[in-house]
Design a protein around this ligand. Structure first.
Ligand code: UT7
Length: 329
């Protein structure tokens, strides 16, 4: 019998503190009009000082487990996608495992930056389809406010903190919900477009590097923009092709919430009607690996997406990585 994977439940968490464009005007030389026109973002959430990525992830995970009706002891695996983990080691996935009391499972992180949730869901899908694992918690969580350069107006206006999670498991024989196809890409030749130069084994932190802010996010925005439009469209098209479906079969598109103009350019290139696009970046900014599961969870909570709807997710991120996931919820 061919096993299929379905999403059993989702959950998300956004910290309470809002950082508005007006707040940013007091921190760097920028203005609300520029940020809204160039990105679509009006505010983003910032985690409290006592919270790191695993704390945000734990709240989202608990909510996803409750929505799925799955107990932590029934989990076989936790995959946490993040670019802003609590420490270089241990993996925050293990911290979440301990916090929720998932005593019977393996836990590890996955590094694909903003594409992380789609990559992690794809890995989980393979384990479930192989029959070896039955309940997998997939999390995208970020505390980007800790690794952003708050003096760099090109990057600090973009990012926010948050976490989203989904519990994946085998679809029942009579269930229509399933992951229909995936398509993942990476192009390491473009790795310098978005990076934290220092703080790893390439450039261990020194006082000088710290003073230069070399451990913080640096980015070549315009190049990333162009690549994002190209790869998000390409991955989405391949994903549809693999499932022998067209955009007419799709109810909702959830693109990585990086920049409204990137999303509009993808929509134009692929001829996607605006009303099919789920967008929340106005309120969240770019929450990297958390962006897609937060948008999905909010859309379900607000009863915009319903069981049976076909959803096409398409993402890009540092690496550069990109990917798409097609599913019937
Ligand atoms: O998940 C992946 C994360 N990364 C991304 O998604 C980045 C993708 N790229 C982008 O979203 C856009 O490239 C940005 C929003 C980063 C920049 O928008 P842009 O339309 O590509 O602007 P630009 O870099 O071409 O800059 C235009 C001007 C420049 O001034 P001059 O040289 O024309 O005088 C910038 O210095 O805007 C200036 N500028 C700003 N002005 C006010 C750059 N940042 C700001 C700012 N406020 N925050």
């Amino acid at each position: 019998m061919n096993l299929r994977t379905q999403i059993l439940g989702v959950g998300h968490y956004l910290p309470e503190k809002r950082l508005t464009n007006a707040d940013l005007e007091k921190m760097v030389e920028t203005n609300d009009q520029w940020i809204v026109e160039r990105t679509g973002i009006r505010e983003r959430r910032i985690a409290p000082p006592e919270h790191a990525t695993s704390d945000l992830a734990t709240i989202a995970a608990t909510r996803a487990l409750s929505s799925a009706g799955v107990s932590p002891q029934d989990l076989d695996m936790i995959i946490l996608a993040t670019a802003s983990g609590d420490h270089i080691m241990p993996a925050p996935a293990c911290l979440v495992q301990a916090r929720i009391g998932a005593t019977n499972c393996v836990a590890f992180d996955l590094s694909a930056a903003c594409s992380g949730f789609v990559f992690a869901a794809s890995v989980a899908d393979k384990y479930i389809k192989s029959g070896t694992h039955k309940r997998i918690l997939v999390i995208g969580a970020e505390t980007l406010s800790r690794i952003v350069n708050w003096k760099d107006r090109e990057t600090c206006i973009l990012f926010g903190d948050g976490a989203g999670a989904a519990v994946l498991g085998p679809a029942q024989t009579d269930s229509k919900s399933e992951i229909l196809s995936e398509f993942l890409l990476a192009d390491g030749t473009l790795s310098d477009l978005l990076t934290n130069r220092a703080g790893g084994s390439r450039l261990p932190l020194t006082h000088d590097l710290l003073d230069q802010g070399a451990h913080l996010v640096t980015m070549k925005g315009r190049d990333i923009f162009k690549n994002a439009v190209r790869t998000m469209s390409k991955c989405a098209s391949h994903c549809l092709e693999k499932a022998s479906m067209t955009l007419d079969d799709v109810h909702w598109i959830i693109p990585h919430q990086a920049n409204q103009r990137i999303i509009e350019a993808v929509a134009k290139q692929m001829d996607i009607p605006r009303e099919k696009i789920i967008m929340n970046l106005e309120r969240t900014g770019n929450t990297s690996a958390a962006s897609v599961p937060v948008a999905l969870s909010e859309a379900l909570e607000n009863k915009i997406i319903k069981r049976g709807d076909v959803i096409l997710i398409t993402v890009f991120g540092a690496g550069l990585t990109s990917g798409a996931l097609l599913l019937r919820y």
